[in-house]
Design a protein around this ligand. Structure first.
Ligand SMILES: [Zn+2]
Length: 240
């Protein structure tokens, strides 16, 4: 009977999970989990703080309330240079013109704890041209603001350990931009690359949907939030 009991326990012990429908862990960058103790968002300078604080409050609150990891948007200025990991659990936000050299691309540099592969914090650099180039995304102010919000949350998701969940859904051998699972109403994961899978530039009047308007800048309930919760669960599961 003992043998049977042990078999049952082994079969039901949860294992760490690194991808599921609509989300994927950033294991290629060494991030396997999200630590349970608090993280803090700080800023490279006051201009960035003033401009981006409003964009970061909602996703930070989602992580705090809906994932269970306290994520605070602080007033603090942190001058740790990009390329150097900041203090543990600090997420430093920067603004820069075309930080990758490519038009419209923002970038995240996630760090990880070497001891356990948990998300450490890091740097995220948001492209300024979303604001400085007139009608960068579209001629629709609502679309433009939704895309800005999605981008900021998307880069934050990378720091917290989420990769692009894009996959070859149509079987043509290529994992394309925007090729991600979506809900019946067309909502894709905010981590769908690039920028929720929405084109950087959309024709006037065609880019706005009720979905993007309501969901702008939110980690999706269907995909991103379950992924972040699993990353948190992985922290404990990986200690075993
Ligand atoms: Zn990305």
């Amino acid at each position: 009977m003992l043998g049977a009991a042990l078999t049952t326990i082994a079969a039901t012990t949860p294992q760490p999970l690194y991808q599921a429908t609509g989300w994927k862990a950033e294991t290629n960058l060494g991030v396997y989990s999200l630590a349970p103790d608090p993280y803090q968002i700080v800023f490279a300078d006051t201009t960035t703080r003033d401009q981006l604080t409003p964009y970061l409050k909602m996703p930070a609150l989602q992580v705090t309330r809906q994932v269970g990891v306290t994520l605070t948007v602080a007033n603090q200025i942190d001058t740790t240079p990009i390329g150097t990991c900041p203090d543990r659990h600090q997420i430093v936000v920067h603004l820069a013109y075309r930080p990758t050299g490519k038009p419209g691309m923002s970038i995240a540099y996630p760090c990880h704890a070497i001891a356990d592969g948990s998300a450490w914090g890091g740097h995220m650099v948001i492209d300024t041209e979303y604001w400085t180039t007139t009608s960068w995304f579209s001629s629709d102010a609502g679309v433009n603001e939704a895309r800005r919000r999605d981008t900021v949350t998307h880069e934050l998701g990378h720091i917290l350990g989420l990769a692009h969940p894009n996959q070859d859904l149509n079987g043509d051998g290529t994992v394309a931009d925007g090729e991600c699972v979506h809900t019946a109403t067309g909502l894709r994961p905010v981590m769908c690359g690039p920028n929720r899978g929405n084109p950087v530039q959309v024709s006037a009047g065609t880019g706005r949907t009720a979905v993007s308007g309501m969901e702008a800048g939110r980690f999706s309930t269907e995909y991103d939030l379950p992924g972040l919760r699993q990353l948190l669960a992985n922290y404990t599961l990986r200690q075993n």
